[in-house]
Design a protein around this ligand. Structure first.
Ligand code: NAD
Length: 486
């Protein structure tokens, strides 16, 4: 059956050579059925992805399992050379990737270009890393060496908000460490991952990297598969809890990178205009659909009113529109479900007495566009403050005492990131350390840096991505202690 046939597709718009295919055992194959992919700027399907079923999943896991021993046995430098070639392959088509990404995910083209550039940078950074054995003791009688051994088949499950970069962040360290991979991107944004599979198909030995498309059920089957040794999951807390339960019976290794409700605390001495610009960027980039986006602002009473005014002016200056239009500065929400959720959170906030400071630029008639919105008049106990909104809506809450702000920032089951903004950097650094988060910033928020490990506290995750420690997620330690006979 013709999985991946570009029905509804306008080839001029899709740009990457259609049809899309799954990558299984080194071959680009059709799906069992079609998975329509919606362009969120229009709210209608614009292409079909091939959807994998249980039989194709079985083939992919079997291929990864077969390929594992030979891939694991290769010297690190050979694997690193292949990963370096991946960076080149993506860079050579960076513009095509960015345009495809914008069409399926919605972000403005400039943001998509920066996601693809970050992906290429990430490939290159990872390709330079090594995990050499460590000699723990060496003398005439004994040699004790700590080795890192790969785990086997890694299942990489990724979300829709930053699909290209997040896929790279999982698969590259997993592959470099000697594992083989079966990846399942989000059902909402599978095309950029499948295009990545097509670009990489000839670079890897068959079976080392397999890319499937499908929904939650396919993801659940993949996590339960007895030949999958490790699951690396990026997504919602709800999805992460489900994966933890699905893998518990088999005691699989699991890394979870989940949601956040990052707070930014603005002290009374902070320069308002400058801080407003940086906060706006950190809250509204990708229409707020970033795990590390600023999702709550706590502002000292002295700067609260001018900060709200400055943020509201920026909301007014934003230009919501289709990502391929160079005039657009804010894209749509990526899915209908997320669009409905954000609107419901705003309605609920209004019912709790919220005041909205909304950008007045007209919204396109079609698609999942939401006006950039600054919200005041609400606090703890309202879902927009307590939960992860994942949209272009930012609550700003005044405080009188910084202890109050620290307590409020920490009063959440999330613990991904947080920031403190002040002219006094040392004081802000002391305060940010009191936030119960995996990543704290001063006078900035969510600046990516591949050498730094990122991971969440509390519900925001288990394990780390990035940095040297990021490799530990994909290896087991093996200590070999050798002594002569007698
Ligand atoms: P989601 O949990 O709905 O889905 C994520 C992926 O998991 C998708 O591929 C989905 O098909 C799959 N999936 C869902 N349920 C599953 C199950 N039971 N078993 C196996 N696979 C399953 O999340 P989403 O809505 O796609 O993504 C948004 C969320 O991701 C937000 O909460 C955001 O904060 C979080 N996120 C976290 C990070 C991070 O690094 N911490 C990065 C990006 C996004």
């Amino acid at each position: 059956m013709p999985g991946g046939r570009p029905s509804r597709a306008n080839p001029e718009e899709i740009l990457m050579s259609t049809p899309f295919r799954l990558l299984i055992d080194g071959a680009l194959v059709e799906g069992a059925s079609l998975l329509p992919v919606v362009n969120p700027a229009l709210g209608t399907p614009f292409a079909d992805a091939p959807r994998a079923d249980a039989a194709l999943l079985e083939q992919a896991v079997a291929a990864a399992n077969r390929a594992f021993p030979a891939w694991a046995a290769r010297p690190w430098a050979e694997r690193a050379a292949i990963v370096g070639a991946l960076g080149d392959a993506v860079e050579a088509r960076a513009d095509d990737f960015a345009r495809l990404l914008t069409q399926e995910q919605g972000k403005p083209l400039a943001e998509a270009q920066s996601e693809v550039a970050g992906t290429v940078h990430g490939f290159r950074w990872y390709a330079q890393q090594t995990l050499p054995p460590k000699v723990l003791r060496e003398n005439e009688r004994e040699r004790i060496v700590e080795h890192h051994v790969p785990l086997g088949v890694v299942a990489a499950i990724t979300p829709w908000n930053v699909p290209v970069l997040l896929l790279l962040r999982d698969i590259v360290p997993a592959l470099l460490a000697g594992n083989t991979v079966v990846a399942k991107p989000s059902e909402h944004t599978p095309l950029s991952s499948l295009a990545l599979g097509r670009a990489l198909a000839d670079i890897f030995p068959a079976g080392v990297l397999n890319i499937l498309a499908g929904g939650k059920e396919l993801g659940a089957e993949l996590t339960r598969h007895p030949d999958v040794a490790k699951v690396t999951f990026t997504g919602s807390v709800r999805g992460g809890k489900a994966v933890a339960a699905q893998t518990a019976g088999d005691l699989k290794r699991v890394s979870l990178e989940l949601g956040g409700n990052d707070a930014a605390i603005v002290l009374a001495d902070a320069p308002v205009e400058k801080v407003a610009r940086a906060l706006f960027e950190a809250a509204f980039f990708n229409a707020g659909q970033i795990c590390f986006a600023v999702k709550r602002v706590y502002a000292a009473r002295a700067v609260f009113a001018p900060l709200v005014a400055a943020l509201a002016a920026l909301a007014d200056a934003a230009r919501p529109g289709p990502g391929l239009d160079p005039a657009s500065t804010l894209g749509p929400l990526t899915t209908r479900e997320q669009f409905d959720r954000v609107r419901a959170l705003v309605a609920d906030a209004l019912a709790h007495g919220a005041v909205l400071h909304q950008g007045q630029a007209p919204l396109p008639a079609e698609g999942y566009f939401h006006a950039p919105t600054i919200v005041t008049g609400i606090g703890k106990g309202v879902a927009l403050v307590d939960e992860e909104q994942f949209g272009p809506v930012l609550p700003v809450i005044p405080f009188d005492d910084v202890e109050e702000a620290i307590a409020a920032a920490n009063d959440t089951p999330f613990g991904l990131g947080g920031s403190v903004w002040s002219a006094d950097v040392a004081q802000a650094a002391r305060i940010v350390q009191r936030l119960d988060v995996g990543y704290g910033w001063v006078n900035q928020h969510a600046r990516p840096f591949p050498a730094a490990p990122g991971g969440g506290h509390k519900w925001s995750g288990i394990g780390y991505r990035g940095g040297r420690i990021g490799y530990d997620e994909y290896v087991a330690l093996q200590v070999v202690d050798a002594v002569p006979l007698a």
